[in-house]
Design a binder for this molecule. Structure first.
Ligand code: ME8
Length: 672
């Protein structure tokens, strides 16, 4: 039995969790669920990072004590885990005594060994940002975060002898090729280590920042938040510098650790953390995996841009498992990606509703209709069956190693080769024709192989879609959903009862109403132009960071003016008619516009250009009845002449819904 200890970063409680936090936790959970299914000894740790300037500032802004703030915010992170079906074994908070006592014991131990010493720290201090900067960080001699003047400050602080362990780290990386992943990010660390590695300032004077763990050997200082936070990976599994005081579980978990982190904190983990471990006489974790960054429409998620994606809303709108699938499928785990509702919508419909859902529904419904609703027997393999079997074998062999290497999207891509082949197999073998011709044995064989593909999908998807995969296994007459025979088209139980029921993933017809509303709200709140941001030094600096960055305040929406009154005659001038959308396409020159062909009951349908592209995929509009302003003078919109206007709910802030008729009506019906 392999021991697998998977960790996520512990998240700052300066604000509520967003989709980036959900991402790492879901990935860690999927990995753990996979290993649990393989029978490994798994432990998943996540938690919250509760000390430091950022958290202190957030609490102060709310006018409550930092501890009360942390208690409340930490709960939001726990609630998110439950919502997205993460089954963590432990959740650590850095304000818990089980953690603070270990941090203090480690500090004392390193101090006693001579690995921590006092020295003057010098640097450019920004009072506005409450942090030090190096000379090269400054922009025009001013704080890069706030643009305010900085002053040269010298202050006593405590330092960890990080530089002493730099060679050991260089050698470790050379000798352990699997330590840093993916390979593309390894070069960043290797590059950083080519330069000299200084020592790490690990203290903050209490007079400047008191929200932290007190240094056991100097009561005027608290511990730098990163030195405190990184130790969570040890404190949570029973570590103590004195081996006699360690929990027996510790040897079970360390160093079998797999740290999943975002690329933003790769340097702190690879350099700070590994050298801290060397100083404690411990080997680094088995693997440090830095995944990529989710952006939103090409921009970093930020409160001030109003584009923070709330995972709670996504779960309510699309479903927790759809979110898990989208995040792990849409981008390679090490790469960056762009979040958009359109991409979510398309991915959910294409992969889950159309490919997998359709395969399952077709195979199950035909088996129910023509074969008595039980698992049919296999027949002798034809050439097409052999090709399908070979593909299943390839998937069975390839999926696990990819998944264990956190290559979730590649593993899913591989599985989908089989799912798509299953749909094509049904098309080419035409079970309906076999049924008509009374070829029952062949019909059974074809449907059995199609059902087997569904079984393989259920077995392999369980770590990502825990509930849906079990639901699919139930439909296939499997009370358990075992991870066996995933490379073979022969794993179902002959004669077991099948249950078709409702489709596994209903097809989305339009963006969920809540999503449209959130998009409109975001548009209303976002500033018209993103404020130009001064260049900021990356979080990955190996110099001694003295504080965290500030968050810009969210833009406020102005008060709405009441509408001006008009006479009835003014209103009567507007000819409103119902229109049936016959065709819809993206505008060739404008992302937000669609070009619609609408039947208004006239001799010819009209071309109308509408700003609906942010809310609706063109294909979902075809067949919908809308309300049209039919007597608007034609106008050219980005080169396409528009003959009318489609009414939608949501005003200037963005479209939330279409204005439509509540019952079927003929095109061209008067609306008044
Ligand atoms: O850095 N895309 O906490 P944090 C992908 N407390 N992942 C994202 C993301 C995005 N846009 N935004 C956040 C800290 N993440 C420290 C960690 S560990 C000892 C201390 C994820 O709240 C990603 O995992 O800023 C990233 O590393 C982490 O959240 C940062 O969370």
């Amino acid at each position: 039995m392999r021991s697998i200890y998977v960790t996520t970063p512990i998240y700052y409680v300066n604000d509520k969790p967003h989709i980036g936090h959900a991402y790492t936790s879901i990935a860690a959970d999927a990995l753990c669920r996979w290993h649990r299914r393989c029978g490994d000894d798994v432990w998943m740790l996540t938690g919250t990072d509760e000390h430091g300037q950022k958290v202190l500032r957030s609490a102060a802004l709310r006018g409550i004590s930092p501890q009360a703030h942390c208690d409340e915010l930490s709960e939001h992170f726990r609630a998110l885990l439950r919502l997205v079906q993460v089954e963590n074994d432990d959740f650590i908070r850095t304000t818990e005594p089980r953690h603070t006592s270990v941090v203090q014991a480690v500090l004392q131990h390193l101090y006693d060994r001579g690995d921590i010493y006092a020295a003057d720290y010098e640097g450019w201090y920004s009072t506005a940002a409450e942090r030090f900067w190096t000379e090269k960080d400054l922009i025009d001699g001013k704080c890069p975060d706030t643009g305010q003047p900085v002053e040269w400050v010298t202050e006593k602080n405590w330092f960890f002898k990080m530089g002493k362990y730099a060679d050991q780290l260089r050698a470790w990386i050379d000798e352990n090729p699997g330590f840093l992943a993916p390979a593309s990010r390894k070069s960043e660390v290797v590059g950083a280590l080519r330069k000299e590695i200084g020592d790490l300032c690990i203290s903050r004077p209490k007079e400047r920042m008191s929200w932290g763990i007190e240094l056991p050997f100097d009561r005027d200082y608290v511990t730098y938040v990163w030195f405190d936070a990184l130790l969570n990976y040890l404190s949570a599994v029973g570590y103590h510098p004195d081996p006699a005081l360690r929990s027996p579980d510790f040897a079970r978990r360390w160093p079998a650790a797999f740290h999943l982190v975002g690329k933003d904190i790769l340097a702190t983990h690879s350099i700070y953390w590994s050298t801290m471990l060397f100083a404690l006489g411990l080997p680094p974790a088995r693997c440090l995996y830095a995944h990529g960054w989710w952006m939103v429409e090409g921009r970093k998620m930020s409160k001030s841009l109003g584009n923070v994606v709330d995972p709670t809303m996504l779960v309510r709108a699309y479903g927790a498992e759809q979110l898990r699938y989208f995040l792990l499928r849409e981008i390679p785990f090490g790469g960056d990606g762009d979040f958009s509702h359109q991409a979510f919508f398309n991915r959910t419909n294409a992969d889950l509703a159309n490919d997998l859902g359709n395969l399952a529904h077709r195979a199950l419904s035909m088996s129910e209709k023509w074969l008595g609703g039980v698992v049919p027997a296999l027949d002798a393999d034809t050439e097409a069956d052999q090709a399908l079997g070979a593909l299943a074998a390839k998937v069975g062999e390839g999926f696990g190693p990819l998944f264990e290497a956190a290559q979730f999207s590649k593993a899913l891509e591989l599985l989908w080769e089989l799912v798509s082949a299953g749909n094509k197999y049904i098309d080419s073998q035409a079970p309906w024709a076999l049924n008509k011709a009374g070829q029952v044995v062949r019909l059974g064989g074809v449907l059995r192989r199609s059902l087997e593909i569904c079984r393989i999908a259920a077995a392999l998807l369980a770590p990502i879609l825990p509930t849906k995969a079990q639901e699919l296994a139930d439909k296939l007459g499997l009370p358990e959903n075992p991870l066996q025979r995933v490379g073979s088209l022969d794993g179902l139980i002959d004669g077991a009862p099948l249950r078709c029921g409702d489709p596994l993933f209903p097809r989305l017809l339009e963006l969920p109403a809540e999503v449209s509303a959130a998009l409109s709200a975001a548009l209303a709140e976002a500033p018209p132009e993103p404020a130009p941001k001064p260049k900021k030094s990356p979080k990955t600096t190996t110099s001694a960071p003295m504080s965290e960055t500030t968050a810009a305040p969210a833009a406020e929406a102005g008060p709405a003016a009441g509408p001006a009154l008009i006479e009835y005659d003014d209103f009567a001038k507007i000819a409103l008619r119902t229109g049936l959308i016959k065709e819809a396409a993206r505008h060739p020159k404008a992302d937000r516009l669609l070009v619609l062909t609408i039947d208004l009951g006239e001799a010819q349908p009209r071309t109308i250009v509408a700003g609906l592209a942010s809310t609706y995929a063109p294909e979902v509009l075809v067949g919908q009845t809308v309300v049209v302003v039919a007597n608007l003078k034609p106008i050219k919109l980005r080169g396409v002449e528009s003959h009318g206007m489609v009414l939608a709910v949501g005003g200037d802030a963005g479209v939330q819904a279409l204005a439509t008729a509540s019952a079927p009506v003929a095109p061209g019906t008067v609306v008044r």
